[in-house]
Design a protein around this ligand. Structure first.
Ligand code: NAD
Ligand code: IPM
Ligand code: MN
Length: 347
């Protein structure tokens, strides 16, 4: 079992170090961790945010544990050299089209949410976000119009096979949960979304046991704070999923709590917190590592088939929170290592 560990920039290395401690504490025999450079850190060392040797490490692994990339001091670079291209490149190169972002309130910790406890108490949803298409990966550029104005443009497009495979992921996920799937789009305005909706409806015929609904993304953003308990599985495109998952994190309590799995066909996956490199708190030892620790649990479950160990980690995180071990993002004062210590103690 070989896991590639790509810590990246900002708080990435800080939170990844705690997740690695947790993985090592499990004492799994035959587990090998191999580090690689990504993001701004890789650019500074190798002149590229996703060097060939990093891709080689990824391809020779069973799964990737990823921290975060992003460095504002490199935002002037041409886009292909910016830190974010590391995670975008890995997703595209490795066919990681299915992004699972679960958001569930921790029992007894409803008040971590920025919503009223009686609203947050019911949150147990899964966002299934398409990850290798949409406006993220379409042609893009800037041009000068005939009248001299500059224009930036990005092409939004989905081909039917891209929609079909993520729809299957959404329906299968719903079958394993409460059998409710909500497809989120903007079909009232966008052709991309109309095709998305048509294809999801076609795929639904293969899942008669799942109740399919459709919702426009603006309404979904509203319903997520009004009545998030009504959602079970949400399937949506790359851009809408990015935005709704940050929002869902605050419904649970903090972006420092939400883990994710980015899966290819088969068992290979990349696992990362949904947050970024948080430059405002980087280097201070105060980032919450729980999202990354929970991502490591998802890695054990989805890529290595180690459900029991995954559940142990999740229980240890919940127990640490229940003890009142909270980072600044949750209104507490526990530091990154202290939170790691608390999770390890429960493990
Ligand atoms: P961010 O997620 O890094 O931070 C948003 C806010 O949440 C900040 O106030 C930050 O301090 C806080 N925060 C995030 N994670 C936290 C944690 N674990 N504990 C405590 N507080 C936490 O988003 P941003 O500020 O918009 O972006 C910063 C950089 O990260 C940008 O360069 C962006 O492109 C990049 N980014 C990378 C990823 C990724 O690697 N997958 C994801 C999102 C953003
Ligand atoms: C995420 C991030 C990335 C995205 C960025 C860093 C490219 O926001 O993983 O949610 O937009 O997908
Ligand atoms: Mn995001």
């Amino acid at each position: 079992m070989r896991i590639a560990v790509f810590a990246g920039d900002g708080i990435g290395p800080e939170v990844t170090a705690q997740a690695v401690r947790v993985l090592e504490a499990l004492g799994l025999s035959g587990l090998e961790l191999v580090e690689g450079d990504v993001g701004g850190a890789a650019y500074r060392k190798h002149g590229h945010p996703l060097p060939e040797q990093t891709l080689d490490i990824a391809r020779a692994s069973d799964a990737i544990l990823f921290g975060a990339v992003g460095d504002f001091t490199l935002d002037h670079l041409e886009r292909r050299l910016r830190p974010e291209q590391a995670v975008l490149g890995l997703r595209k190169e490795l066919g990681l089209f299915a992004n699972l972002r679960p958001a569930k309130v921790f029992a007894g910790l409803e008040d971590l949410s920025t919503l009223r406890p009686e609203v947050s108490a019911k949150i147990d949803l899964l966002i299934v976000r398409e990850l290798t298409g949409d406006v993220y990966f379409g042609e893009k550029g800037t041009r000068t119009l005939e009248d001299g104005r500059r224009q930036g443009w990005d092409m939004m497009a989905y081909a039917e096979d891209e929609v079909r495979r993520i729809a299957h992921t959404g329906f299968k996920a719903a079958q394993g949960r409460s059998k409710k799937l909500c497809s989120v789009d903007k079909a009232n305005v966008l052709e991309t979304s109309q095709l998305w909706r048509d294809v999801v409806i076609e795929v639904a015929a293969e899942y008669p046991d799942v109740e399919l609904t459709h919702m426009y993304v603006d309404n979904a953003a509203m319903q997520l704070v009004k009545n998030p308990g009504a959602f079970d599985v949400i399937v949506t495109g790359n851009l809408f999923g990015d935005i709704l998952s940050d929002q869902a994190s605050m419904c649970v309590g903090s972006i420092g709590l939400l883990a994710s799995a980015s899966l290819a066909e088969g068992s290979f996956g990349l696992y990362e917190p949904i947050h970024g490199s948080a430059p405002d708190i980087a280097g201070k030892g105060i980032a919450n590592p729980m999202a990354t620790i929970l991502s490591a649990a998802m890695l054990l479950r989805h890529s290595l088939g180690l459900e029991e160990q995954a559940a142990r980690i999740e229980a240890a995180v919940a127990a640490a929170l229940a003890d009142g071990v909270k980072g600044g993002d949750l209104g507490g004062s526990a530091g990154t290592k202290e939170i790691g210590d608390a999770v390890l103690a429960h493990l």
